[in-house]
Design a protein around this ligand. Structure first.
Ligand code: NAI
Ligand code: PYR
Ligand code: MG
Length: 372
């Protein structure tokens, strides 16, 4: 198969779809790999590293989209990239379609087959291609939240860990999944006082088993969220309903109840965000203030630690990229029901139910397309 990997063009997105060692594996399996020139610059991988792995360096994204049978990326295609997609082409990347009507419409119109990293599942019901980036974003969240609480960051001038004789910050993490657990690990390490909120009591039990009495846990309902948010210095939102738009669990009224100079970090912004006051921001201009509360809502947080993130992402994506290249997407999705759940759009049809429901499309099941 002819595989193409363009340079990412989202604001401050330095990750890249394939690292040289992944190229090596794909080439060893008999495939041709095209990498856009300088695609790996932000992760410390030069064109020569890709050439040594067997890739061909291509001058422009246009050439890659025009010829590749499978395009491997990191972020959702932006409008200029969507315009280059072709009918019958396979796109393998993050998509986050439910809150993004414009992208969904373009992908449907393109006729391409689009497999979303974030809805590929595993035997245990986990999301193996979201997992590594949720680990990264979760670990980054207290770090960016701590900066937002600094006077320079627009915050009230609170040190997350406090000092002897002065209280640490109160950090509330809504969603005790992968991002939430990683956020808790770092926030506790920085010395904050941490409360985790989830509607899944098993997730709260797992947090207590992991962190012991250092962590406080609260069951997720409106009243409890209103109470802990009002008392928080920093709220980190990491809620997910796979493939669907994030529920707005923290209302504008709750944000108003927080102390001026407190902060929120909406990790879940890529699925629409869990604060009513959230709107997506970029690494160039990551924060804004609503009712005195600093909001950080960057939708590609791992992009700022691109080297760590790209290698972690490739560890997870490579087996699936190999299966897609070796067998073609149809056979690969027939053989693997967990990869099949990644199919979001095919030949003008929306093939992921939560996306169809969120955006008012008819839903066509992957099984019906594959004749299963
Ligand atoms: N902004 C960014 O750069 C990045 C964002 N993400 C996003 O972070 C979000 C979280 O991802 P993961 O941690 O992997 O998900 P996860 O599935 O591991 O965890 C989500 C948690 O939310 C909980 N939840 C669902 N409904 C809830 C409710 N009503 N109240 C409280 N908790 C509720 C679930 O029980 C689960 O424990 C996703 O939207 C993901 O796309 C992930 C990586 C990077
Ligand atoms: C998961 C995701 O959207 C990201 O890593 O940017
Ligand atoms: Mg994102």
């Amino acid at each position: 198969m002819l595989i193409g990997c363009p340079k990412e063009i989202k604001d401050h997105e330095d990750r890249v779809g394939l690292v040289p060692s992944s190229v090596l594996e794909l080439v060893a399996a008999g495939h041709e790999v095209m990498i856009e020139t300088n695609a790996g610059a932000g992760i410390g991988c030069a064109d020569e590293d890709y050439v040594a792995a067997g890739a061909k360096i291509i001058a422009t994204a246009d050439e890659i989209f025009a010829t590749a049978e499978m395009v491997v990326k990191v972020k959702e295609p932006l409008a200029v990239e969507r315009a280059k997609l072709r009918s019958g082409q396979l796109l393998f990347t993050y998509l986050h379609l439910a809150p993004d009507a414009a992208q969904t419409e373009d992908l449907v119109k393109s006729g391409a087959t689009c497999i979303a990293y974030e809805t590929v599942t595993s035997k245990t019901g986990a999301l193996p291609l979201l997992f590594p980036m949720s680990e990264v974003a979760g670990r980054l969240a207290p770090q960016v939240g701590a900066q937002a609480l600094e006077n320079n960051g627009g915050g009230m001038g609170v040190l997350l860990g406090g000092v002897p004789g002065v209280d640490p910050a109160e950090v509330v993490i809504i969603g005790a999944g992968v991002s939430g657990t990683n956020a808790a690990r770092v926030a506790l390490g920085m010395g904050a006082s941490v409360t985790m909120v989830d509607r899944n009591t098993d997730a709260l039990r797992a947090a207590v088993d992991r962190f012991g009495t250092a962590i406080k846990t609260v069951y997720s309902n409106k009243g409890n969220i209103a109470r802990v948010v009002e008392q928080a210095d920093l709220v980190i939102g990491t809620v997910l309903i796979p493939g669907a738009e994030t529920p707005k669990l923290v209302t504008a009224e709750m944000i108003k109840s927080m102390r001026p100079g407190s902060a929120v970090v909406d990790v879940a912004i890529d699925q629409g965000g869990c604060f009513e006051t959230s709107k997506a921001t970029t690494h160039s201009d990551p924060t804004y203030v609503v009712d005195g509360v600093v909001h950080y809502c960057v939708a590609n947080m791992p992009g700022c630690v691109a080297r760590t993130s790209t290698f972690a992402l490739n560890n997870a994506t490579l087996p699936f990229a190999l299966a897609l290249a070796n067998k073609g997407w149809e056979q690969a999705c027939k053989d693997d029901p967990y990869l099949r759940t990644g199919l979001n759009v095919h030949d003008g049809k929306v093939t992921y139910e939560a996306v169809a429901k969120a955006l008012g499309y008819d839903y066509t099941s992957p099984e019906s397309i594959l004749g299963l």
